[in-house]
Design a protein around this ligand. Structure first.
Ligand SMILES: *Cc1c(COP(=O)(O)O)cnc(C)c1O
Length: 432
């Protein structure tokens, strides 16, 4: 049957909310027919090279046959069963992999449905840890500016309070402590002013602080900023010195994106609590996980309640878990490190020439993440439009035009992707 796209899109515009959108929608929403590898086929049959991996998630590209096969098999066997009092092989096999692959010592796993909820659970674990130790006054969090940890109420309270997307809720959110953002630059030498400011806050308030929450190495939606591993090493030492827990939010960085399987590895640290999401299922289904050390789980278990007070309806959905197992096995059996290095090298080569151009603040690349920061914040929509004409899918926000392609994107498509990205930026900025 013929799809009546104009009619569907009209309904969409009038009735369906999109991420961070008005109702009815003012932005152009583009219909998608199908996906394959790094190619998105639109309703009008135009094809786009995908530069977004659907927000960090689709690391193997779309419709990977190995993952599709695992999904089909699990659908035949058991798409879902409740997790209260019951268990199943996909959840166990996934937990085995997560315990083995994540930094040493993280050996307790809590499954949930989305990144925000994984962070909520992490925060809940941290608060419950101190309640169990009879220190309920340790109930605040310390974080850094430019962070992003989700859209739910507990997570909004640790997103950047000014440039974040939630400033209007500030007076209803729990008040936490914000240190300056880590200085930008993955391999730049630093005067450590940032870590000193962080320690000043921690030394003053540690008696009321339950945990430090931070995105390791890459601050994602709060600014696409990369910072040095040494900052993280020192931050981890300070958490131990002042007796607060460390929550590492690897929802964006997890599963190889920065060139290490987990960004914590750059600093060789084990946080007390680790959050995973986005690429966990290779972007095929929604699933997230919160991992904790035995110290955290034992302390919570010895508290007066003893129970971790959380349990989503779709916790450890078998189809999602089986998909995640297939995605992780596929990742580990692929030359993912070489792929990330290949993409990194290409992105540096392609984006660096934009440095020092008028209207461009800087370009930066780490692993399979390429960012152009503009001087001006209101050109994203126009650049996106031109990029689509150039056959490339990007989703700029604010001053940031960025890409994080699938790890297995073919070299010719990677070239087309950066050509389209650079050309769209140059066209809109009227550069030669
Ligand atoms: C995307 C993201 C989240 C939120 O995940 P959702 O699945 O969108 O709820 C949290 N933290 C970080 C670092 C993220 O990138």
């Amino acid at each position: 049957m013929q799809t009546n796209w104009p009619e569907l899109l009209q309904f969409d515009q009038q009735h369906i909310w999109h991420p961070y959108a008005k109702m009815p929608s003012l932005a152009t929403i583009i219909g998608v027919q199908k996906t394959e590898g790094s190619i998105i086929t639109l309703a009008n049959n135009q094809t786009l090279i995908d530069g977004m991996s659907s927000w960090w998630a689709c690391i193997h590209g779309y419709n990977h046959p190995v993952i599709k096969q695992a999904m089909h098999a699990q659908i035949e066997q058991m798409p879902h069963i409740m997790f209260g009092g019951l268990t199943h092989q996909p959840a166990i096999e996934l937990a085995q992999r997560l315990v083995k692959l994540t930094p040493n010592g993280l050996d307790k796993v809590f499954f949930s449905d989305s990144g925000s909820v994984a962070m909520e659970v992490a925060i809940k674990m941290a608060l419950q840890y101190w309640i169990s130790l009879n220190k309920p006054q340790k109930k605040h969090l310390l974080t850094v500016r430019n962070g992003y940890h989700g859209d739910t109420f507990a997570t909004m309270a640790v997103c950047d309070p000014d440039n974040g997307m939630h400033a209007m809720f500030n007076n209803t959110l729990t008040q936490h402590y914000f240190a300056p953002a880590p200085q930008m630059g993955f391999d730049k030498a630093s005067d450590n002013q940032d870590i000193k400011a962080f320690e000043a806050l921690l030394s003053q308030h540690h008696q009321t602080i339950a945990a430090v929450a931070i995105e390791p190495i890459v601050q994602g939606a709060g600014g696409m900023r990369f910072y040095r591993p040494d900052y993280l090493t020192q931050l981890n030492q300070l958490c131990q010195k002042y007796n607060v827990l460390l929550i590492a939010d690897e929802i964006a960085t997890g599963f190889g994106r920065t060139g290490r399987l987990f960004a914590c590895e750059w600093a060789n640290i084990t946080p007390d609590i680790l959050c995973l999401g986005k690429a966990l299922t290779g972007g095929n289904l929604t699933l997230a996980a919160t991992l904790a050390t035995t110290n955290v789980s034992q302390t919570i278990s010895q508290g007066s309640s003893g129970l971790l007070m959380h349990g989503p309806t779709f916790m450890a959905n078998p189809l999602a878990c089986a998909t995640a197992v297939a995605s992780i096995d596929l990742l580990l059996s692929s030359p993912w490190k070489q792929n990330i290095q290949r993409i990194e090298k290409h992105l540096i080569h392609a984006l660096q020439p934009l440095n020092d151009q008028p209207g461009i603040k800087e370009s930066r690349v780490l692993g399979a993440i390429g960012v152009i920061e503009l001087e001006q914040a209101d050109l994203g929509e126009e650049i996106q439009k031109v990029a689509v004409q150039e056959g490339v899918w990007l989703r700029p926000f604010g001053k940031l035009i960025y890409t994080m392609p699938a790890y297995n994107i073919p070299q010719t498509q990677l070239q087309q992707l950066t050509d389209g990205m650079v050309s769209a930026i140059k066209t809109v900025l009227s550069l030669k």
